[in-house]
Design a protein around this ligand. Structure first.
Ligand SMILES: *[C@@H]1O[C@H](CO)[C@@H](O)[C@H](O)[C@H]1NC(C)=O
Ligand SMILES: *[C@@H]1O[C@H](CO)[C@@H](O)[C@H](O)[C@H]1NC(C)=O
Length: 412
C-alpha cells in the first residue's frame, strides 16, 4: 500500500483511507468515462494496459510505455490542442487586455464589481501571455525546449489562473447578489472590502502554488526523444519497484486535492447559493420598471455564462485532476488520459468566456466593445466621449445614440 511509504506525515492511516475512498469513487467514474471516451482515445493493444502518463526515471532518462508514446505522438496532442490554444490566445489576449484598459485605466468611478473583474482579467492575461510557448511545445511534437524554469512558470500560471478565476467569479457573484439585495449599500466600504479580498485571493494563489514549483515538471524521454512539460509524471525506478509511487507524486497530489476542495468546490457552493438567492430576489414582484427588466435579463445571462464556464472549463478539469491524482496516489493507472488532457485544454477556454461576464456586468466595458465592434477608431470614441461629457449629455440620451448611429453608417 502506497500509504505505508508516505507515512512520513501525520495521520498517514487516515490519509491512506481517504485516498482509498477517493480511488474507489474515482474508479467507478473513470470506468464509465473510459467506456464513453473509448472511441476517442488512442489505439490500445488488447491486453496491454497503459500506465497512464507516468514515466519511470532511470539515471536522468524517463521511460514511458507504448500507449503514452502513442498519445504524445497523436494528432490530438500535436494538432488539436495547439489549435484550441491559438484560439484562446487570439480571443483572450485582446479582450482581457481591453477589459483591464477599460476597467482600470479608463474608468472614472471605482466599484466593487469592476475591482473583481479587473482582477479576473489580470489573472487571465497572466496566463494567456505564456500560451505561445505552449502552442510551440505541442506543434513541436510535445517537445519542450524552453527549460525547466519556463515550464514551471507555465504550469504555475495555468493552474493559478484556473483557481483564481473560480475565486474571483465567486466574489463577483456574491457582489452581484449583494447589489440586488441591498441596492443602497455603502460603496466606499464595499470597495475597500473588494480590494482586501482580492489581495487575499492573490496571496492564497501564490502561496498555494508552491508545490507546483517544488518538483521537476519536465521529463527527458528516451523514446520518442522529446522533453515533456508537465505531461508525464515521473516516478523513480527505486520507488516504482518498491511500490512507493506516492512519494513521487505527493506534491501535485496534495496541491490538486486541496485546491479542488478550497478553490473549486467551496466557491462552487458559494456561487450556487448566491445565484439562487439572486434569482429569488429578482423574481420578487415588487421590482418593476423597464430598468428592472433589463437588470434581470443581464443577471440571467451572467448566470448562464458562469454556468457554461463551469460546465465546460472548471467541472471537467477538476473532476479529471482529482481522478488522475487519486489514481496515481494509489498506484493505479489512468487509461482515460486523452480525455484528461482534453479537459485541461478546455479549462483554458475560461479566458475567452470571462469577457462575456465583463460585457454583461460592466456598462463601460459594454459601451467600449460596442464602439470597437462598430469599427470606430478609439480616437473617434475619445473625441465623442470628451465632447459629449463636456456637453453634459447623459450616455443614454436619445441624441447620443441617434447621432452615433449616423457616424456608424458613414465610417463602416
Ligand atoms: C536525444 O536528444 C539528445 C539531445 O539532443 C541527444 O543528446 C541524445 O543523443 C538523443 N537520444 C537519442 C536516443 O536519439
Ligand atoms: C526535441 O528537442 C531537442 C532539443 O532541441 C532535440 O535535440 C530533439 O531532437 C527534439 N526531438 C524531436 C523528436 O524533434
Amino acid at each position: 500500500m502506497a500509504g505505508a511509504g508516505a507515512g512520513a506525515g501525520a495521520g498517514a492511516g487516515a490519509g491512506a483511507a481517504l485516498r482509498s475512498l477517493f480511488a474507489l469513487l474515482v474508479c467507478a467514474v473513470l470506468a464509465c468515462a473510459a467506456q464513453k471516451a473509448g472511441g476517442a482515445t488512442t489505439t490500445r493493444p488488447p491486453g496491454k494496459r497503459g500506465r497512464g502518463f507516468i514515466g519511470i526515471e532511470d539515471s536522468g532518462t524517463v521511460y514511458i510505455d507504448e500507449v503514452t508514446a502513442n498519445t504524445l505522438k497523436s494528432s490530438l496532442t500535436t494538432v488539436f490542442l495547439p489549435l484550441v490554444y491559438i484560439f484562446v490566445f487570439a480571443v483572450g489576449l485582446p479582450t482581457n487586455g481591453m477589459a483591464i484598459w477599460v476597467l482600470v485605466i479608463r474608468s472614472k468611478k471605482i466599484h466593487p464589481a469592476a475591482i473583481y473583474m479587473a482582477n479576473l482579467a489580470l489573472a487571465d492575461l497572466l496566463f494567456v501571455i505564456w500560451i505561445p510557448l505552449k502552442i510551440i511545445y505541442h506543434f513541436n511534437g510535445n517537445n519542450w525546449t524552453f527549460g525547466e524554469g519556463m515550464c514551471k512558470v507555465l504550469v504555475g500560471f495555468f493552474y493559478g489562473n484556473m483557481y483564481c478565476s473560480v475565486l474571483f467569479i465567486a466574489c463577483l457573484s456574491v457582489q452581484r447578489y449583494w447589489v440586488v439585495a441591498h441596492p443602497l449599500t455603502q460603496q466606499r466600504m464595499d470597495n475597500r472590502l473588494a480590494i482586501v479580498v482580492s489581495l487575499l485571493i492573490w496571496a492564497f494563489i501564490w502561496i498555494s502554488s508552491t508545490p507546483l514549483y517544488l518538483y521537476k515538471q519536465t521529463a527527458q524521454l528516451a523514446d520518442p526523444n522529446i522533453t515533456t512539460c508537465h505531461d508525464v509524471n515521473v516516478i523513480s525506478r527505486k520507488n516504482f519497484q518498491a511500490q512507493e509511487m506516492f512519494q513521487d507524486v505527493q506534491n501535485p497530489y496534495y496541491y490538486f486535492m486541496v485546491m479542488a476542495g478550497l478553490a473549486f468546490f467551496v466557491p462552487c457552493v458559494v456561487i450556487i447559493v448566491a445565484y439562487v438567492l439572486m434569482l429569488r430576489k429578482l423574481g420578487d414582484s415588487n421590482m418593476e420598471g423597464s430598468s428592472a427588466g433589463k437588470n434581470r435579463r443581464r443577471a440571467i445571462i451572467l448566470i448562464i455564462t458562469v454556468l457554461i464556464a463551469f460546465l465546460v472549463c472548471f467541472i471537467p478539469s477538476n473532476l479529471m485532476l482529482v481522478i488522475h491524482y487519486a489514481l496515481l496516489g494509489n498506484g493505479f493507472s489512468n487509461n482515460g488520459y486523452a480525455f484528461y488532457v482534453t479537459t485541461l485544454c478546455l479549462a483554458s477556454l475560461n479566458s475567452c468566456l470571462d469577457p462575456f461576464i465583463y460585457y454583461y456586468v460592466s456598462e463601460e466595458f459594454r459601451e467600449h466593445v460596442k464602439n470597437t465592434l462598430l469599427c470606430r477608431s478609439s480616437r473617434t470614441v475619445e473625441r465623442m466621449r470628451v465632447s459629449f461629457s463636456s456637453m453634459k449629455y447623459s450616455k443614454k440620451s436619445k441624441i447620443y445614440t441617434s447621432s452615433s448611429g449616423h457616424t456608424d453608417s458613414s465610417t463602416c
